[in-house]
Ligand binder design. Structure first.
Ligand code: PMP
Length: 368
């Protein structure tokens, strides 16, 4: 008879959960109930009635007793067309691009390997690196305009030999596009993969999609989340089959559910609707930027995405953020995320009315 006593639930947890997980933190999503939601870069517009009627039909006809097409072939065809994906490039779809980041990390950046990204940047690169046991190295952007510090990037790549470099283009939460030549140089010197995360491409005039073939270690990632389909969770990874055939082994079978496939196919057949909405968002971004520039105590950065980062110069971002919530408006307080973002807030560009309500509330928050 063993004399070992039964471990307490707490002891069992300590024994079996990976030690890194105790240190890691989950991605925080605040409760937005009843608030004007300008925190998550969603498209604020709904689809036209006619299309919504067709959506109802597609949902009722969907064979949800069957597994989905494991390779989402029809959806990939639609994506190729609307995103002008080069014919000889392969595609992997993810349940959001978050899942694609995880697939990449699991495939190449296991323990002892490095994932590198500029910072301030998209927080999921580090969160996912932590959960797969990879080392995460953040390289500071230039602190005035958040451009890439090319010398620091190249020397960090040389020193840490990263398995993957993630570059968000435009960058989140700063909204700027990095210099094209610096990106090319990074791809050329990187020993492993470089993933250009074009999550905000719908609002930006630049892309590397047509340049993937120039390199043999570049992947371009997109998402439909920011263009109006956040609820469907569809991320797109494009690159040479040589790499993607291996990454695809990590993807779980049937990861893109039937409704997401069918609805995305339908909506992409009228892609011009999403494009027109993106154009309105870009126009609203210009108006909002000017309005922010005119407020004393607020200093915004130019953005190529559907959000604007701004600094509060007289009142702390924490106070402003709380005052906005009290007035029914939720934006993202990024002040605590990185030292370079002290007193910075990020607002998603919404409808004209939402932006107006935000500007009124912000002025009031600053003046009181
Ligand atoms: N990349 C970047 C740069 C992002 O900002 C986001 C969303 N905030 C994502 C990827 C993830 O998008 P999704 O999982 O919704 O496709």
């Amino acid at each position: 008879m063993g004399t070992n006593r039964k471990p307490s639930p707490e002891e069992r947890l300590q024994q079996w959960i990976k030690p890194e997980l105790f240190e890691a933190s989950a991605y925080y999503v605040p409760d937005a109930d009843g608030l004007i939601k300008l925190d998550a870069m969603e498209n604020p517009f709904i689809l036209p009635d006619e299309l919504r009627e067709k959506i109802r039909e597609v949902i009722s006809d969907a064979e949800i007793n069957r597994y989905p097409d494991p390779n989402a072939c029809n959806l990939k065809k639609s994506l190729r067309e609307v995103m002008d994906i080069p014919e000889d490039m392969a595609i992997i779809l993810g349940n959001g691009s978050d899942e694609l980041i995880q697939i990449i990390a699991l495939a190449v950046a296991h323990s002892g390997k490095t994932i590198l990204a500029p910072q301030p940047g998209f927080v999921m690169y580090k969160i996912i690196a932590d959960t797969v046991g990879a080392r995460f190295i953040g390289v500071d952007l230039n602190c005035d305009d958040f451009s890439l510090d090319s010398e620091a990037m190249l020397s960090a790549i040389d020193q840490y030999q990263p398995a993957v470099v993630f570059l968000a283009y435009p960058n989140n939460p700063t909204g700027n596009l990095f210099d094209e030549n610096t990106i090319s140089e990074i791809v050329n010197v990187a020993p492993g993969l470089v993933v250009l995360d074009e999550a905000y491409s719908a609002f930006s005039e630049k892309s590397f999609m047509q340049r993937i073939e120039e390199f043999d270690n570049l992947l371009v990632m997109r998402t439909l989340s920011k263009s109006g389909l956040a609820g469907l969770r569809l991320g797109i990874l494009v690159g040479p089959a040589l790499w993607l055939n291996q990454l695809d082994k990590i993807r779980l079978p049937y990861n893109i559910n039937t409704l997401s496939q069918k609805l995305a196919e339908l909506i992409l057949s009228q892609y011009e609707i999403l494009q027109q909405q993106a154009e309105i968002i870009c126009a609203n971004r210009s108006t909002l930027f000017k309005q922010l520039q005119e407020i004393d105590g607020v200093s915004p950065w130019k953005s190529s995405a559907n959000f604007i980062l701004f600094k509060t110069t007289n009142t702390s971002a924490d106070i402003i953020s709380a005052a906005l919530i009290e007035q029914g408006i939720l934006i993202k307080n990024v002040s605590g995320n990185f030292p370079a973002l002290k007193d910075c807030l990020r607002v998603t560009v919404g409808t004209e009315d939402e932006n107006e309500a935000f500007v009124v509330a912000l002025k009031l928050a600053i003046s009181s």
